[in-house]
Design a protein around this ligand. Structure first.
Ligand SMILES: Nc1ncnc2c1ncn2[C@@H]1O[C@H](COP(=O)(O)OP(=O)(O)OP(=O)(O)O)[C@@H](O)[C@H]1O
Ligand SMILES: [Mg+2]
Length: 306
């Protein structure tokens, strides 16, 4: 549904995005993570036909984002919540949405229905006739979300949709994104909020001008750490460590009262490890799978790359 091959953008002497290759499937929620200046917004702007790429290729639903006639087709099937909201402050919420809906040749009836549905869903129906210039940041953000959806696009680009929102408003927006996910929309989400990414995204890409990693959160964890079993003991002795090392060819690390053991297949290896420890006189308090968070994955990836 969204494809990039060697997609590159240079601004004079700055390379903002370098050789980006990835694919997002229909109905997938794809999270794009990366530090400030990593090129996330630049990527979204190229994919939404707002800026020209320098080289490489990108396609939305098979249409070329670098081709003028294709970009008209792309604009009809995508919705964008940009980094900077950009609404008409003097117009009411309703008029702002109606203005955009008209750009998409919606009939008056279609416009009415979709604007009312969206404003009600986002809790802004009561405020529909107030000028957007008088709205708070979070309310403006919600109008921007409604605007991105007013023509019922199948593909959505969300550039930090919950940045600057209070926890309640952020939750409303996240729940809304989950609803869109249920409707099988394809969603490309730029975010700095790792909990949000973990909750919403099927797959994650980590960008720092180059694409550093891509995969499901589980795949990224596995790729960075492999599988590990953590065994908590009342006391760790040399004899216990020796017994474990005899039993496995994986790395064994002692951390306080815990053994962290590299395993290939936890289900097959754990019973033998436990037996070996007990036979060596160890008293086991717990056996756990080592489970790094998405934050661990992100920080390890970004810090390891200059
Ligand atoms: N119009 C422009 N002219 C020149 N440089 C630009 C322009 N737009 C972006 N850049 C540069 O491209 C790089 C990537 O910027 P971009 O906005 O894509 O980052 P980002 O990942 O979205 O960052 P953030 O997390 O802060 O939103 C930065 O070095 C930025 O200064
Ligand atoms: Mg950005």
């Amino acid at each position: 549904m969204i494809d990039a091959v060697n997609l590159t953008k240079k601004f004079k002497d700055i390379t903002a995005v370098d050789g980006l290759t990835f694919h997002v499937d229909e109905g997938e929620v794809f999270g794009f993570l990366g530090p400030n200046g990593a090129g996330k917004t630049t990527t979204v702007r190229m994919l939404c036909c707002l800026i020209a790429r320098t080289s490489g290729e990108s396609r939305i639903a098979g249409y070329d984002t670098g081709n003028d006639s294709d970009s008209l087709k792309i604009r009809k099937i995508i919705g964008l919540i940009p980094e900077n909201v950009g609404l008409y402050g003097e117009l009411s919420a309703y008029r702002n949405l109606d203005f955009y809906a008209r750009l998409y040749d919606r009939t008056e009836q279609q416009r009415k229905e979709s604007i009312e549905r969206l404003l009600r869903l986002l809790g802004l129906w009561e405020k529909k006739d107030h000028p957007v210039g008088t709205f708070s940041k979070g309310m403006k953000q919600k109008v921007a979300i409604a605007r991105a959806l007013v023509h019922d696009p199948g593909i959505l680009f969300l550039d930090e949709p919950t940045a600057n929102l209070d926890p309640g408003a952020a939750k409303t927006v996240r729940d809304f994104i989950l609803e869109l996910k249920k409707e099988k929309k394809t969603i490309f989400l730029n975010t700095h909020n790792l909990e949000e990414a973990q909750k919403l995204c099927d797959r994650i890409g980590i960008l720092k001008t180059h694409l550093l990693r891509i995969g499901t959160p589980e795949e990224l964890k596995e790729a960075l750490w492999g599988s590990k079993t953590v065994i908590g003991l009342e006391e760790v002795s040399d004899m216990i460590v020796a017994a474990v090392k005899q039993h496995t060819s994986g790395k064994v690390v002692v951390e306080d009262h815990r053994l962290v053991i590299d395993v290939k297949n936890a289900g097959q290896e754990n019973p033998g490890l436990v037996q070996a420890i007990v036979a060596a006189g160890g008293r086991i308090q717990f056996v756990q799978e080592f489970s790094p968070t998405l934050e661990d994955v992100y920080l390890k990836t970004v810090r390891e790359t200059p």
